[in-house]
Design a protein around this ligand. Structure first.
Ligand code: NAP
Length: 308
């Protein structure tokens, strides 16, 4: 028996994917969402979301994502946990290869998001999980009453530094310039927090540790070239994200950084294939904009289906 052809296949279960799933299933389209691991995407590693409208006082990231999932269930969104390996264009049908099997759809919405960028310094890989981390929400509580460092200057670095002050004895916030990129409200909170020491014009060049874990990091001042060692047991890397679109490099048009290129209506270079959220090239990466993208992509998929 041949497998059904879905109206919409969504790849990725973060805010963009779940919103696309909500819109498409509510429009009574046969919609399947494929998620590799855990629903909710990057928001699952966010302690408090303060800028998603409708939640004065903020809401925990995982709680918000649970609400998104429950909302999708109301409209019967089908979900399968599996890793997508390839996407093949067969004209009016798209073939998604999932764990070696074919899943067919008339449209595909890619919402695979982004993942933390690595520093690429000696020891980083070996000490990941033993002092080096990419998620303060996940690992922060292991670092009680010891000094830690955060590297980066964006919203994530500022939020992680602030979160880590709950546990650590001291938090170095190491940034390569003399001004944070983070929003003003976060900059002010960082400046006001006595546990945070901001280390400007500085790069982390090396980690020092052994089987027991991280012992110190070597940092270099970019203006005078001086090097010094900071004794920290945790290093939280928050230097931005990289899109999860490698498997599409030969299939869709991507920009130099690997983001999927779309028009304003989330159409990719392949007819019937849309991209939404952090995986697509756009100016503002927020839950609110991912949600907006997800809605647009689902409506555009519906229109595409009407046209064919
Ligand atoms: P980001 O805004 O891209 O910031 C990355 C930071 O890391 C920058 O300060 C950058 O320095 C620094 N950096 C990059 N490569 C580096 C390297 N190799 N060595 C040292 N430093 C390096 O990334 P993000 O903070 O992860 O945020 C990603 C997106 O999510 C942003 O659009 C952000 O606004 C959004 N976000 C929003 C919230 C919120 O609204 N609450 C929370 C988290 C994230 P330069 O400044 O010199 O470029």
């Amino acid at each position: 028996m041949s497998s059904p052809v879905h109206d919409v296949i969504i790849i990725g279960g973060g805010p963009a994917g779940l919103t696309a799933g909500l819109y498409a299933s509510r429009a009574k389209l046969d919609t399947l969402l494929l998620e590799r691991m855990l629903m909710g995407g990057q928001v699952m590693t966010t302690t408090k979301v303060e800028n998603y409208p409708g939640f004065p006082g903020g809401i925990d990231g995982p709680d918000l994502m649970l609400r998104f999932q429950e909302h999708c269930q109301e409209f019967g969104l089908q979900v399968r946990y599996a890793e997508v390996e390839n996407l093949i264009d067969e004209g009016e049908e798209k073939v998604v290869i999932v764990d070696g099997q074919e899943v067919r759809g008339r449209t595909v919405i890619i919402t695979t998001g982004a993942e933390p960028r690595k520093l690429g310094i000696p020891g980083e890989k070996e000490l990941t999980g033993r002092g080096v981390s990419y998620c303060a929400t996940c690992d922060g509580a292991f670092f009680r009453n010891v000094p830690v460092a955060v590297v980066g200057g964006g919203d994530t670095a500022a939020e992680e530094a602030l979160f880590l002050t709950r546990f650590a004895s001291k938090v170095y916030l190491i940034h390569r310039r003399d001004q944070l990129r983070a929003t003003r409200i976060l900059q002010d909170r960082v400046a006001a927090n006595e546990k945070i020491e901001t280390v400007w014009h500085t790069l982390v060049e090396r980690t020092e540790g052994d089987a027991a874990g991280l012992k110190a990091i070597e940092v270099r001042h970019l203006q005078d070239g001086t090097k010094r060692s900071l004794e920290v047991q945790g290093l939280f890397v928050a230097i931005g994200v990289t899109p999860k679109a490698h498997f599409l490099a030969d299939i869709l048009q991507l920009d130099a950084e690997g983001y999927i290129l779309t028009d304003a209506e989330c159409r990719t270079s392949m007819p019937g294939v849309f991209a939404a959220g952090d995986v697509r090239k756009k100016i503002l990466k927020q839950i609110a904009t991912a949600v907006g993208d997800g809605a647009v992509a689902a409506i555009m998929a519906e229109k595409y289906l009407e046209d064919i």
